[in-house]
Design a protein around this ligand. Sequence first.
Ligand code: NAD
Length: 312
Amino acid sequence: VSHPCKVVLAASIAKALASEVHNDLAKLSRKPHLHGYLANKDPAARMYADWTGKTCRENGFDFTLHDVEREDLEDELRSANHRDEIDGVIVYYPVFGSERDRTLQWTVSMYKDVEGLSPQLISNMYQNIRFLDPPFNVQKSILPCTPLAAIKILEHLHVYNSFLDYGKRLFGRRITVINRSEVVGRPLAALLANDGAEVYSVDVTGVQQFSRGSGLRRQKHETKDLEGWGLEQCLPISDVVISGVPGETYKIPTNLIREGAVCINFSSEKNFDPDVKERASIYVPAIGKVTIVVLLRNLVRLVQNKPEESGV
Ligand code: NAD
């Protein structure tokens, strides 16, 4: 039986986004240079590092990978912050796999942080502050890669309504995000709510609502616990379901998903059952390829933010 669901692959969205990045790249006076720092023995991290390098070179960027001892990494990062020829820095986590990794994230200068994990950048994101240099508003704040990739996908799929004003284009949409990690799920819920959506953020402990309130009267989102809520409450009323639960056993019950919903999976495992296609209008099974292009887009932004490029 044929069903109307469109399966959209990350590669096709990444391609559209890459052509935007190429336009911006052509306006720069030089080729941006990204530096990667690998300080663990995880083969998956090395694969990701090699993949970043390949994508960089294919798209006209320079990439240098540094293999370093983890005890030396903090000093290496501090020195990278002062080297003008280094435009962007990416660290392959986990390094220590503990609280200490946060210290590393805080060491990378926010002017070189392609991943958007520096404290100032994260704080801007939660507060819905979009520029680094108010009131001039020339230098754009950098957003975390994976959450931004999810947003770029929703723009590509026209879930963002471009008829509405910038910053309100998700007004009227209800979105469930299953994952509330500090690197993906929570920032994603905040960004979507700041753009006007009513977001149900689900994790192992329960459901929280992120929203700017009736009529978007608040400038930024607020969060409240939805006591007694679970997927049974969120999914049937959600226009969009975004899921990132690690582990291969987790499956979203297809029967709870609203007919015609847009379903996006960012977990490395398949959180949706194959029969999601009988229910969803659009299904995006993975997003990794978009994330890497977003990383390059952030790198271009970092270079554009430099005084000699922005004319400030
Ligand atoms: P994490 O372990 O830090 O967070 C997992 C989140 O899922 C937590 O909020 C947890 O409460 C929630 N969760 C776990 N089981 C649940 C359940 N049964 N019901 C509801 N919520 C549940 O992981 P992470 O770093 O956020 O990564 C999550 C996944 O996303 C991984 O598979 C990772 O590989 C993938 N990932 C993908 C990209 C990309 O660009 N594609 C980027 C980063 C991470």
